[in-house]
Design a protein. Structure first.
Length: 236
């Protein structure tokens, strides 16, 4: 039997790679032949446990399972309800854009260390060396939004002009405005949208107040109310 990562021979009799892997043909003998040499690679839905040639292929997030050893324990998976899932309710599955695979991450204020799962970097969290908890990656300029469950740049502080899903983002109802010194077009500062009121003390943007009276609407309301009262009184 071939080991993971080792060259294998793909033939009509079938390759003999470890469970969870298959012989990926790379050098066919001829265009009309299904025989050829290749390498043992993890099958779809499987991934290499340790990244080493002799490591087994185990099941990734969401794959059906019967026991936890079938799942990638190195990525904090266990078999729960018949599927490989994050091994703690404190962990959140996200799609890692680098590998296009599901990884389990910690949320804000969760205890972390170098040996624990990653903090949710997509929400701009990182493990703080001060208290070993997931905090905002740039605490000097960012704040944590409980509603959005991510970190944003405070009003008047640095932000990325290219507002992607990651990085120094401005909160809702705010935008990153370019400044004279914007580091070659990379950075600006967060400011509220024109129709919103800025509150720098708590870094919030409030919409125009809907509770303040509108003179035009108020006069129409008073006229309608007066007409209604006159009608009622006329019937008494």
């Amino acid at each position: 039997m071939y080991k993971f990562g080792e060259p294998c021979f793909h033939s009509r009799k079938g390759p003999f790679c470890p469970e969870g892997s298959s012989c990926q043909r790379g050098f066919p003998i001829s265009p009309s032949s299904i025989e050829g040499t290749g390498n043992c690679v993890c099958s779809e839905g499987y991934e290499n446990l340790g990244g080493e040639p002799n490591s087994p292929c185990v099941k990734s997030y969401g794959m059906q399972c019967d026991s936890s050893p079938e799942c990638n324990v190195n990525k904090h998976l266990e078999c729960r309800s018949g599927k490989c899932q994050c091994n703690s309710n404190l962990l959140t599955p996200i799609n890692d854009l680098n590998t296009n695979k599901i990884v389990c991450v910690l949320n804000y204020n969760e205890t972390c260390s170098l040996n624990s799962p990653l903090c949710n970097y997509q929400a701009d969290f990182m493990c703080s060396v001060e208290d070993e908890r997931c905090r905002c990656a740039f605490p000097n300029v960012q704040f944590y939004s409980q509603f959005d469950q991510r970190c944003f740049s405070r009003l008047g502080t640095k932000c990325h002009l290219n507002q992607t899903e990651f990085g120094l983002r401005c909160q809702n109802n705010a935008k990153c405005v370019a400044t004279i010194d914007n580091n070659a077009g990379m950075y600006g500062i967060c400011r509220c949208l024109p129709e919103f009121t800025e509150h720098f003390t708590n870094s919030s943007c409030t919409p125009p107040s809907s509770s303040s009276p509108n003179p035009g609407k108020l006069s129409k309301y008073n006229l309608l109310l007066s007409t209604l009262l006159l009608f009622i009184y006329s019937k008494i």
